[in-house]
Structure formats: structure tokens, C-alpha cells
Design a protein around this ligand. Structure first.
Ligand SMILES: Nc1nc2c(c(=O)[nH]1)N[C@H]1C(S)=C(S)[C@@H](COP(=O)(O)O)O[C@H]1N2
Ligand SMILES: [Mo]
Length: 320
């Protein structure tokens, strides 16, 4: 078995029938069943490219996002922002193939009582894998509905035990200039950095995603592990994370450094606060056709009931 998960939940119970069937065909075709049974994470260093990925085992279904129509696997994995692989939407899928995602370790450090170097197997033991269907909204004005597979970030925070000084968490992405062509160009100040306030990081909606559509993440979506914060603009979700730092002071993020008047620390989805160069009132749902009517963007991307209280008393025009 790939990872030690409670044996009472089988993936056929929790995965949409068509996805499961399709995946079984694929695993048979690629002989991946054997690799997964024998292997462990370190044999899976090919989690990039455009094809399907190995299945994740024992995913618990949750009620999140059940009412939404999912964006197709193809759209989710071929229309990406991942500037380390190039700035066009197509380049990440084209260029992520040489990026090595196994073995992988995340250094968890800073203001914690128990700093750790976590391998993927250890990370996956922190909590049962859950499916979380989330609306995702890019600051550019498009959105998707993505069936992520992941664990609550709170489970990692609990493991390392933040000190009383820890107020923020910083997420640092990989920056390997040998395999990431974008990193060789001065597009952004590499490595890509994002950060959350500790209470945002602990919120039950915040996850570390390891997969989508029941499979391991493809390289272009942030393999092997990335942050997902569904009430914030997409850029808050740092991909291919190698370092997580607990700190006392609010960190400068990559996008704040690149354009501080356009990208603030909070980056909460908010239809009433426009980007200085465009409106944020509506969005285009990817996969519904170029000429389909845009839909209204919701406050906190539709998660206001769950996360609104995190921002009580704050001026969200100032803290954009
Ligand atoms: N390391 C890194 N993380 C990143 C980005 C990036 O360029 N580099 N782009 C961000 C942006 S702008 C968005 S919209 C989302 C896109 O995630 P997706 O391609 O999985 O939909 O990733 C975010 N995470
Ligand atoms: Mo984005």
C-alpha cells in the first residue's frame, strides 16, 4: 500500500464512478497498480506532464462543493498559472515534465517547538486524505471548480506546535533553475513566497493539496504538494512547497514585492474591491465557452459564512 490509511475506506466508495473506472483503465494500461503496491512515493518521480497521474488511496468524501459542476480534468491541468514554468497558460503543462517531485521533503521551521523535515509519506499520515470540491478564483477574473485531495493544514500546524511568537506562516515554493525554465528569467523574485495569518492557516477550509480528481497532482498544478485557500485569490496558493516558516512579523510575499499597489497580503476574493486595473465584480467560469455570460463573484468567493469572522472590524479596502 502506498500510504498507511485506515483500511475501512476504499477508493471505489468515495470517487465518482466515471473517474474511478477511467483511472482503473489507466492504471492497468500503465502498470501503475504494481508500482503503487510495491513502491512508495520515491518511485513516483513522474508526476508531471499532461497525462493522468497515479491514484491516491483511501480518500474520504466530504460534503464540500457537492452542488457545483466540476471543471474538467483537462481544463484544470492545461490552463495554469505557474510562472516557474513560464508565464503563458499552456507553458506549465508543457514544461513541468522534467521537474522531479520525488523524493520530496518539506522543511517546517521557525517559531515552532518541534521543527521537522517532512517526507510525503509522513505528511500523508498526519490526517486522512479528504476530497474538497472548492471554487477557485484567479485575480485575473476566471474561475474553476476543482475536486482537490488533501489534508487540513491545521494537522501540520498541530504537529510542529507553534510558539507564542508565531503569528504568520510563510510558504516557500521550489525554485530549481535546472528544471524550471521560468526561474532562469527575472520574472519574479524567486523562490515564490506566499503567507497566511496563523488563524487563516488553521481555518478548516485551508488545505495542503496533494491531488485532484482522486489522483496525485500533476506538475503544472503544484506537485507534489501545494497550498489551497479557497476564499482567497489563486495566487495565495503557493505550489510545489519546500519550506514552511512560522514567523512573528507579516512576511512580504512575492506578489506584494512585485506590485504592492495591486496585490496585498490578504487577497481575499472581494467583488466590491476592484484591482487597480480591472473590476473584480464578475468572473468567467473556465470551460463554459468564451461567450458564456460572466457570473457574479461572491464575497470571500462564496465562503463568507465560514471565514467572514476572521476579518471582523478590518477595513477590507485597506487590507486588500
Ligand atoms: N509557485 C507558484 N505558485 C503559484 C503560482 C506561481 O506562479 N508559482 N501561480 C498562482 C496563481 S496566480 C494561481 S491562479 C494558481 C493557479 O493554480 P492552478 O494552476 O492549479 O489552477 O496558482 C498559484 N500558485
Ligand atoms: Mo491567479
Amino acid at each position: 500500500m502506498l500510504i498507511g490509511r485506515p483500511p475501512d475506506i476504499v477508493s471505489s466508495d468515495i470517487t465518482p464512478e466515471h473517474v474511478f473506472r477511467q483511472r482503473r483503465e489507466l492504471i492497468k494500461a500503465a502498470g501503475l497498480g504494481g508500482i503503487l503496491a510495491l513502491g512508495g512515493w520515491r518511485h513516483l518521480g513522474f508526476a508531471a506532464g499532461t497525462g493522468h497521474q497515479p491514484a491516491l488511496q483511501h480518500i474520504q468524501k466530504t460534503t464540500y462543493g457537492r452542488e457545483e459542476k466540476l471543471t474538467s480534468y483537462r481544463d484544470i491541468t492545461s490552463y495554469n498559472n505557474f510562472y516557474e514554468f513560464g508565464t503563458s497558460k499552456e507553458q506549465p503543462a508543457e514544461n513541468a515534465g522534467r521537474f522531479k517531485t520525488a523524493p520530496w521533503t518539506i522543511a517546517v521551521e521557525g517559531e515552532v517547538l518541534k521543527p521537522r523535515q517532512l517526507g510525503m509519506e509522513e505528511l500523508m499520515k498526519l490526517a486522512p486524505l479528504e476530497e474538497r470540491i472548492y471554487r477557485m478564483r484567479c485575480v485575473e477574473g476566471w474561475s474553476m471548480v476543482i475536486p482537490w485531495v488533501g489534508i487540513p493544514l491545521a494537522s501540520l500546524i498541530k504537529l510542529v506546535q507553534p510558539t507564542a511568537n508565531a503569528k504568520f506562516i510563510e510558504f516557500i515554493s521550489a525554485a530549481d533553475d535546472a528544471t524550471m525554465p521560468g526561474v532562469r528569467a527575472p520574472i519574479l523574485d524567486w523562490p515564490y513566497r506566499e503567507a497566511l495569518r496563523l488563524d487563516e492557516a488553521r481555518h478548516p477550509l485551508t488545505i495542503l493539496a496533494l491531488g485532484l480528481y482522486g489522483e496525485m497532482l500533476p506538475g503544472q498544478n503544484g506537485a507534489p504538494v501545494r497550498l489551497v485557500v479557497p476564499w482567497k485569490y489563486g495566487f495565495k496558493g503557493g505550489k510545489s512547497i519546500v519550506r514552511i516558516r512560522f514567523v512573528e512579523k507579516m512576511p512580504q510575499t512575492t506578489w506584494m514585492r512585485a506590485a504592492s499597489t495591486e496585490y496585498g497580503f490578504y487577497a481575499n476574493v472581494n467583488p466590491t474591491v476592484d484591482h487597480p486595473r480591472w473590476s473584480q465584480a464578475s468572473e468567467r467560469r473556465i470551460g463554459t465557452g468564451l461567450f458564456t455570460k460572466r457570473i457574479a463573484t461572491q464575497m470571500f468567493n462564496g465562503y463568507a459564512e465560514q471565514v467572514g469572522q476572521l476579518y471582523t472590524g478590518m477595513d477590507l479596502r485597506k487590507h486588500f
